[in-house]
Design a protein around this ligand. Structure first.
Ligand code: HEC
Ligand code: HEC
Length: 269
């Protein structure tokens, strides 16, 4: 028993240090630079290094394709874009760029902002009705959205429309487990007393682990008191697949896509 516990702990330590390394170096696995300021920095690099071929606003030029449609011939994932920018497309004018990880992520953030701006404008739903769907389903229990009140178990949604495409927003609602930020992985532990505990993993050292329990209370667990311990990578957010669909879902997506729209327009001017 003792051995198993130790092995579990070392596994977990491995996971946590891998996540820390990624965060520092900006690996492909996660896009760490995507704030409005990063988008602005990405726009600057784009203008100086890419615009000659792809056009000032990314809409394409004589020699290079448009990058604003939201679909990419060579793949639209973070990883695919990262590879195209750093390695190029062999046999074409698109050569690889020797940029540091941060600058590449900022360029990707800028490209995403172009796609997002276009897709938000195309949201077919009714944002005002979407605000009611948001209220009715208790989203504010876990999220703030720029209007003052709201909970903190989930991320701040006040600029979600500037960060995510319509498809990503919809997926977050109907299939939250599909793409869970490591910051929201949780811990499930069993105490020697038999009690089970869960919460978001906040911090960990050799002897203890700090979690935030549902509802927000911080709690420190001593590893010596635990018999079992695992990291759960599914989302703490319940799926709304069976509760919100059809027009309600489209309206809710339109409402969220509109959050942060003003910030986005200012950035892209
Ligand atoms: C010398 C001209 C040139 C420059 C400068 C240039 N590109 Fe390209 N880029 C191209 C061409 C040509 C293609 C199309 C390659 C092909 O045929 O698939 C391309 C393709 C791409 C693609 C893939 C598009 C898709 O549909 O998959 C991305 C992303 C991209 N470029 C981003 C950038 C970024 C970011 C920069 C600046 C760091 C940049 N490019 C600079 C010419 C250029
Ligand atoms: C029990 C708390 C909880 C409730 C209720 C909840 N969420 Fe979430 N939500 C989260 C957590 C935690 C995350 C982050 C983990 C993840 O990506 O799934 C999240 C993520 C999201 C994201 C993705 C955010 C991003 O930065 O990509 C969106 C969009 C979202 N929620 C919308 C909603 C909407 C709309 C509702 C109501 C229909 C809702 N949530 C209800 C906890 C909640």
């Amino acid at each position: 028993m003792r051995r198993t516990v130790t092995r579990l702990f070392s596994l977990i330590l491995l996971f946590s240090s891998a996540a820390a390394v990624e965060a520092q170096h900006g690996s492909i696995a996660e896009a760490p630079f995507s704030t409005p300021r990063d988008v602005a920095a990405g726009k600057q690099s784009f203008r100086s290094q890419c615009a000659a071929c792809h056009g000032l606003d990314g809409s394409g030029g004589a020699v290079a394709p448009s990058l604003v449609s939201g679909t990419f011939k060579h793949g639209g994932s973070d990883e695919a874009l990262f590879t195209v920018i750093t390695k190029g497309v062999p046999g074409t004018a698109m050569t690889g760029f020797a940029l540091d990880g941060r600058e590449v992520w900022q360029l990707i953030a800028f490209l995403r902002s172009l796609n997002v701006a276009r897709s938000a404008a195309k949201a077919p739903g009714d944002a005002a009705k979407g605000a009611q769907v948001y209220q009715a389903n208790g989203c504010a229990r876990c999220h703030t959205n720029g209007s003052g009140s709201g909970g903190f178990d989930g991320p701040d949604l006040s600029e979600i429309g500037a960060r995510r495409t319509l498809a990503q927003i919809e997926q977050s609602i109907v299939d939250p487990d599909a793409d869970v930020d490591a910051a929201y992985w949780s811990v499930r532990a069993e105490m020697k007393s038999g009690q089970t505990v869960n919460g978001i993993r906040m911090n960990e050292d050799m002897d203890s682990i700090q979690i935030r329990e549902p509802g927000g209370r911080l709690r420190t667990l001593m590893k010596a008191d635990l018999t079992r311990f695992e990291i759960v990578r599914t989302s703490p957010m319940p799926s709304f697949k069976d509760k919100i669909s059809g027009a309600d879902l489209q309206n809710l997506v339109a409402y969220l896509a509109g959050l942060g729209a003003a910030a986005r327009e200012a950035e892209n001017k």
